[in-house]
Design a protein around this ligand. Structure first.
Ligand code: XMP
Length: 527
């Protein structure tokens, strides 16, 4: 049984996930016009869906064929529930198959850009042009429609839209949620707002007020909570929301693992305390971490060493806070985590309904006697929504715009052994890279931009001196979500400035190269 998201909004659109890679996008697009939407596995029982009092249901796409024996199953009773339904791709085929039509392999598979002609106006096409540029991804098509349905749109090869307005059912073969489908948002809005009558009240202000009230009710008048801060967007926004609810009864723990960026340990503390008024325990454990990293060159071993040490430090600190509160008759009962909605959906997917929080979100290993309960104020949100909430909370842009930074920090950007000297060299080079990218106004336009220290020394010449020093690689990528990425075509003058500043200002580096590898086949980080 899935954990149901807590709907703070008055209207909900339920999206049933048949396994498409685009399902999360449907939820994001609908939320972009301020209608709350949740993704549930297609196997969710009808009663559970109805308990959310949805205004309408979207049936997502999916990689299977409806006629396959192992096709993902939804309860066909959802088609009789009387709620407006929008089928997308597999969703269209699901409706057709279960209501008496016929779905067969298409003669011509349609994948990528396609042109659709709206042949018979239907409510979901209201205000849209007659010819639509869309994104297709299907190998099956509806050969015979279910009784009561009519064709509303076509491509040259296949049925692209169907409707039975008397039963309040609409379906399209293409993907309105994908940016390549022009007017896709308008189509989704026609469904959610015009047809389903959902109210557009999923706003940051609404979310903030109701989340704070909920946390207050959960934690009560005396409960205490702890939160691990990374300095990044998610943990900071989660902490600020909880602090608004319970004030000083939240203690944040910020650990220096020795592989943070230049001056970050001090800067983050200052912002968190002075800028955000958070109660922060800052622990400088660099020596402990660097000792564990000595002699380690394998990337996964580095991650393990840092992960284990983090848990040990966090446990020590949490225990201290726990014992201090206990001796004053109070109790720390809550742990705040910045888990986001994509992690929640991923862990309740169509095929594997196990609930696993990504390892870097999970501080794990906390002493069992503390029995901490989780507060996850962001578990209904996507990353861009977290930023919107942060803006409404008047948090500094500097935090909200921060590029993702891996938990194991600079350790996975120092190839070979991580030594204090190498950390210091990379911190300087990285600081110059970030400074110049910011100066060029590119920092929030690229997904990540950073320097990598290679364990390779090359010969150079400075003044009349021969040098023999490390090579540094600059990596800058554009991406939507970090899953795929393109190397960023940074302007030559920006690259030139970064290179000449690093070589002249950072002792230990005499050569700079630029990484022009996309993901796949490369990864974003070098380790
Ligand atoms: P890759 O290198 O796999 O990175 O293309 C994808 C995204 O994940 C980040 N990343 C990590 N984040 N712990 C983290 O918290 C890690 O061990 C880790 N490794 C990679 C990376 O910065 C990029 O945003």
């Amino acid at each position: 049984m899935p954990t149901l998201p807590d709907t703070n909004a008055t209207s909900t659109i339920v999206i049933l996930d048949f396994g498409s890679q685009y399902t999360q996008l449907i939820a994001r697009r609908i939320r972009e016009f301020n209608v709350f939407s949740v993704v549930l596995p297609c196997t969710t029982p009808l009663d559970t869906i109805l308990a959310l009092q949805p205004k309408g249901i979207v049936l997502s796409g999916g990689p299977s064929s409806v006629y396959d024996a192992d096709a993902p199953k939804a309860d066909p009773a959802i088609l009789q529930a009387g709620l407006p339904i929008l089928g997308i791709c597999y969703g269209l085929q699901f409706i057709t198959h279960h209501l008496g039509g016929k779905v067969v392999p298409a003669a011509a598979r349609e994948y990528g850009h396609a042109e659709v002609e709206v042949t018979d106006p239907a409510l979901i096409f209201h205000g849209l042009p007659k010819r639509l540029e869309v994104w297709m991804s299907h190998g099956d098509h509806a050969e015979t429609l279910a009784p009561g349905f009519r064709v509303t749109a076509r491509t040259a090869n296949a049925v692209a839209g169907i409707a039975d307005e008397s039963r309040r059912m609409w379906a399209v073969q293409f993907h309105p949620e994908v940016v390549h489908t022009k007017h896709g948002m308008a189509l989704l809005k026609n469904f959610a707002v015009t047809i389903c009558g959902a109210t557009q009240d999923w706003t940051p202000a609404h979310f903030i007020t109701s989340t704070i009230a909920k946390i207050r009710a959960q934690v009560g008048e005396t409960g205490h909570a702890i939160c691990g801060l990374s300095g990044g967007v998610d943990s900071s926004v989660a902490a600020v929301l909880v602090a608004r609810a319970i004030g000083d009864r939240l203690t944040c723990i910020f650990v220096n693992n020795g592989v943070l960026r230049k001056d970050e340990f001090e800067k983050v503390q200052k912002t968190m305390r002075e800028g955000l008024g958070l109660n922060v325990v800052a622990v400088d454990s660099s020596a402990r971490f660097l000792a564990k990293l000595a002699g380690v060159t394998d990337p996964e071993q580095k991650r393990k060493a840092i992960g284990n040490e983090f848990i040990a430090v966090f446990d020590d600190e949490a225990k201290k806070i726990f014992e201090a509160e206990q001796s004053s008759g109070e109790e720390v009962a809550w742990l705040v985590q910045g888990t986001l909605y994509p992690d929640v959906i991923e862990s309740a997917s169509v095929h594997g309904p196990s609930h696993v929080i990504k390892s870097h979100h999970n501080v794990g290993g906390l002493p069992a006697d503390m029995k901490l309960k989780l507060i996850e104020p962001l578990r209904d949100l996507f990353k861009d929504e977290v930023r919107r909430i942060g803006r409404d909370l008047r948090m500094p842009e500097e935090i909200l715009e921060r590029q993702p930074f891996p938990g194991p920090g600079l350790a996975v950007r120092i190839l070979g052994e991580v030594t204090p000297d190498r950390v210091a060299i990379l911190q300087e080079a990285d600081a110059i890279c970030v400074e110049e990218i910011k100066r060029a106004g590119l920092y929030s336009k690229v997904w990540q931009s950073f320097a990598v220290l290679l364990p390779i020394k090359t010969v150079g010449v400075m003044g009349d001196q021969r040098t023999y020093a490390y090579t540094c690689a600059i990596r800058a990528v554009e991406s939507e979500d970090g899953m795929t990425a393109d190397w960023a075509a940074l302007p030559y003058d920006v690259l030139r400035t970064i290179s000449s500043r690093i070589v002249s200002e950072v002792r230990g580096i005499n050569r700079v190269v630029y990484d022009i590898t996309s993901k796949p086949p490369g990864t974003i980080e070098w380790e």
